[in-house]
Every structure is written in structure tokens, then in C-alpha cells.
Design a protein around this ligand. Structure first.
Ligand code: URA
Length: 433
């Protein structure tokens, strides 16, 4: 088989066979096919798409290109959750302890943030002492002992995706539905869970900007999961507005803790609890209403909060952060943005808001950037709210005073102000079961 022929076939809009997909993935991983040929194939896929069969096969082949975690030693149905990424999305920190407190094992491998989106692993590392690099054995042992573990992905999980993603990033081929779906699902399949809940974000802060595209991505991933024997469901949720009020690592951990104490922002609580209930439903602990009640119960009796403390302690962190937020590193510089007029926030360009937090030090511009865990933004006002002249809109936190002006300008440009209000769309836009 020749790579030239595979490229030519896809260029001409034909379907690739399993053997052809397998040939290019295997040989690319073994560095027997150069980047320029794979780039050409990626562009042909970007332009001509892939059928459902091709996408499912690409996913399976990428999932098997490295380590596949075997969770079968852990009793019970293992349910994973994945978010396609957004701004202020700290749901894993909330739903992980909730689900574990309900007796369902949570063996979760998460990623880091890049660009305007955050990552669970960075957030957890803002907890003093918290260790996210666990061996496979430590990861599994901890789930068996306390029912939950959240770790960084092992280096050899779906290595084909790692190579392809890096190439897509520099060849303008990231935004392709079959490539996104196979990239995400290959890692989920390799993580070993029996069932998967997907949170597909939609809007200005998301990978997919329109509901139609987001629903299409959700449907594609649900089909791949089910075809590969992992029962998968998805919800499409709004990312035209940041989730919760905090953006930035330790700020988000504190907001997640507050949510587990029952004091979190309503939007964050709604999405986190809905996803947790879906995970319980997939784990077959009861019907929809039952699962919702169980979720509420472990928040009210503080079992979920205690489970978070157990998780932190077990992974080397200081569990006292739960009651004492002063244990988190504090930013040296704090700046308050107030309003110069009476108005409404009609819309927030959520991706720009994420960029403003990144400029303050909360995110990575490149893979090598060092994160400032205490940096970020706390919103006092969001879409759909009225503001009086002089009222606080947001507080900015950083350790580098030179970053404040640029972040402030970006933050201001992300707010679309008006004199009247449009009705807001619901947070949970669609469910695909
Ligand atoms: N996240 C992934 O893991 N892969 C993509 O292609 C896009 C988002």
C-alpha cells in the first residue's frame, strides 16, 4: 500500500477502507510516513469529510495505538464524562465527588487547558500539594480504595491522536467534525470506562459555535461510542456564557467547593448536577428522578464535599483548603472593573473572556507557557444582568502587573452592552441518548 494512493482516494471524495486507515495511522506513529503526506490527507479529510464507518474505524484504530486502560478489576459500572471544553467549566470537580459519593466508581483521566479553555488537571494542581501524575496502578488502586481518582492522561494514551492533533493545529485542520469526534472518542475509549457522558459545548466560547454543528458533533460521538460497545449519551450545553463566575484555576476550585457546599452559582449547579444525574442513570442506580434525588442528597448531607476532601488528601493535596481558602496562593495584584453607565450585558464573547484570563496568567498561550494558578477573573455581572453606573462588573487577579492593561482591554471588548435585554436561551440545549 502507498500513502500517495490513500491521499488520492480521499482527495477524490472516496471512502477509505479499514486497512487504509490502519496503514496510515500505524506507519505515521512509526514515523514511516512524513508529516507532509499526513497533512495532505488531513486536508482531504477536512474538505471531503468521512463517513460514519470511517470515523468509527479511525477512532478505534487511534484508541488502540497506545495504552488502553483496563478498569475491569474495579467492581461496578464505570462511567466517564467528557466536556468539549469551554471557559469556567469546572464541572468535573463537582460531579466527580458527587458520583463517587453515590457509590459509583470514578476513574477519570483529564487534560490540561490550552488557549482560551481551561483544563481540569491545571485546576487540581492549584491545590497545594495535589499530584496528578499517577501510575496506572496508583490510579486504579485509589479508585478501589476511595472510589475516585482524577489523573493526567498517561503519556502513551492514544499517541496517534497526540501526533495528529499537533499536526492539525498547524495545518488549519482542527475544525473538522470527523477529526474532532475521533480525537475525543479515541481518548475516551482508551480510558477504559464502560459508559460515557459527553458535554458538548456550543457558542462563542466553544469549539463549535452553532447549535446545529454541536448537535451534529454530539450525535457523531454518541454513535461512535455505541458502535464501539460503550453506551454513550450527550448533552449540548451553552458556552455563549462562561459557566459560573470564576475563570482561573484556584478561583475555579474555590467555586467548585462552594457549589458542593450548596452555595454555588445557579448555572454551574444546574449543569453539574444534570451531568452527575446522567452519569448515575448510565450506572443504572435508578430512574431519572431517583438519580436527581441522589445527587441532591449527597450535596445536602455533605458526602460529596467529604469525598472531594478524601480525593485531595489521597492525591497528596491539603484537604484543609475546603474550609480555608487562604491556603491557596493569592495573587499580588487585584483590579476591579466597574461600569461607567447604567446598562445591560446583552452578550459576552466568551472566547475573548477566556483570552483575558489567559493574559492574566490563568491559561497557556503555547504548550510551554507556565500557569499562574492564582490568576484569573471573577465575574460579578454576566449576560442578561442589569448594571448600575459605578457597580462592579469583574475582578481581575494576577501576579504580573504589566498584564493588567491588556487583559482589561480584552475583557472590556468581550462585553456587549446594551440598553435593553434579549431573552436568554436555556443552559441545557439538547440531549442525545
Ligand atoms: N479536543 C480534542 O481532544 N480533540 C479535538 O480535536 C478537539 C478538542
Amino acid at each position: 500500500m502507498r500513502m500517495y494512493d490513500v491521499i488520492e482516494k480521499k482527495r477524490d471524495g472516496k471512502e477509505l477502507e479499514y486497512e487504509e486507515i490502519s496503514f496510515f495511522i500505524k506507519n505515521y506513529c512509526e514515523e514511516k510516513i512524513p508529516d507532509y503526506q499526513v497533512s495532505a490527507l488531513l486536508m482531504a479529510i477536512f474538505l471531503n469529510g468521512m463517513s460514519e464507518r470511517e470515523t468509527a474505524e479511525l477512532t478505534e484504530i487511534m484508541a488502540n495505538s497506545g495504552d488502553v486502560i483496563d478498569l475491569s478489576v474495579i467492581d461496578g459500572i464505570k462511567v466517564d464524562k467528557h466536556s468539549t471544553g469551554g471557559v469556567g467549566d469546572k464541572t468535573t470537580l463537582i460531579l466527580g465527588p458527587i458520583v463517587a459519593a453515590c457509590g459509583i466508581p470514578v476513574a477519570k483521566m483529564s487534560g490540561r487547558g490550552l488557549g482560551h479553555t481551561g483544563g481540569t488537571i491545571d485546576k487540581l494542581e492549584s491545590i497545594p500539594g495535589f499530584k496528578t501524575a499517577l501510575t496506572k496502578q496508583e490510579f486504579i488502586d485509589q479508585v478501589m480504595k476511595i472510589g475516585i481518582s482524577i489523573a493526567g492522561q498517561t503519556g502513551n494514551l492514544a499517541p496517534a491522536d497526540k501526533k495528529l492533533y499537533a499536526l492539525r493545529d498547524v495545518t488549519a485542520t482542527v475544525n473538522s467534525l470527523p477529526l474532532i469526534a475521533s480525537s475525543i472518542m479515541s481518548k475516551k475509549i482508551a480510558c477504559g470506562a464502560d459508559r460515557i457522558v459527553l458535554d458538548v459545548k456550543t457558542g462563542s466560547g466553544a469549539l463549535m459555535k452553532t447549535v446545529e454543528k454541536s448537535v451534529e458533533l454530539a450525535r457523531t460521538m454518541v454513535k461512535i461510542g455505541n458502535d464501539l460497545g460503550r453506551k454513550t449519551v450527550a448533552v449540548v450545553t451553552d458556552m455563549d456564557i462562561p459557566l459560573g463566575n470564576a475563570i482561573g484555576n484556584s478561583l475555579e476550585v474555590i467555586e467548585a467547593i462552594e457549589t458542593l457546599k450548596g452555595n454555588g452559582p445557579k448555572d454551574l449547579e444546574e449543569v453539574s448536577l444534570a451531568l452527575a444525574a446522567k452519569m448515575l442513570e448510565l450506572a443504572e442506580i435508578g430512574d431519572k428522578e431517583n438519580c436527581k434525588n441522589r445527587v441532591r442528597e449527597v450535596i445536602d448531607n455533605r458526602k460529596a464535599l467529604n469525598k472531594l476532601a478524601e480525593l485531595i488528601e489521597s492525591q497528596g493535596g491539603n484537604p484543609d483548603v475546603i474550609e480555608n481558602y487562604d491556603l491557596f496562593k493569592k495573587a499580588k495584584y487585584v483590579y476591579e472593573l466597574t461600569s461607567g453607565q447604567d446598562c445591560y450585558i446583552e452578550r459576552v464573547k466568551t472566547d475573548s473572556l477566556g483570552v483575558a484570563a489567559m493574559i492574566l496568567g490563568a491559561g497557556r498561550e503555547t504548550k510551554e507557557s507556565i500557569i499562574d494558578y492564582s490568576a484569573g477573573i471573577k465575574l460579578n455581572k454576566k449576560t442578561g444582568m442589569s448594571i448600575k453606573k459605578g457597580e462592579l462588573i469583574a475582578t481581575l487577579y494576577t501576579n504580573d502587573s504589566e498584564r493588567i492593561n491588556a487583559a482589561l482591554e480584552t475583557l472590556k471588548s468581550s462585553l456587549v452592552l446594551s440598553q435593553s435585554l434579549e431573552p436568554q436561551r436555556p443552559l441545557i440545549i439538547s440531549s442525545i441518548d
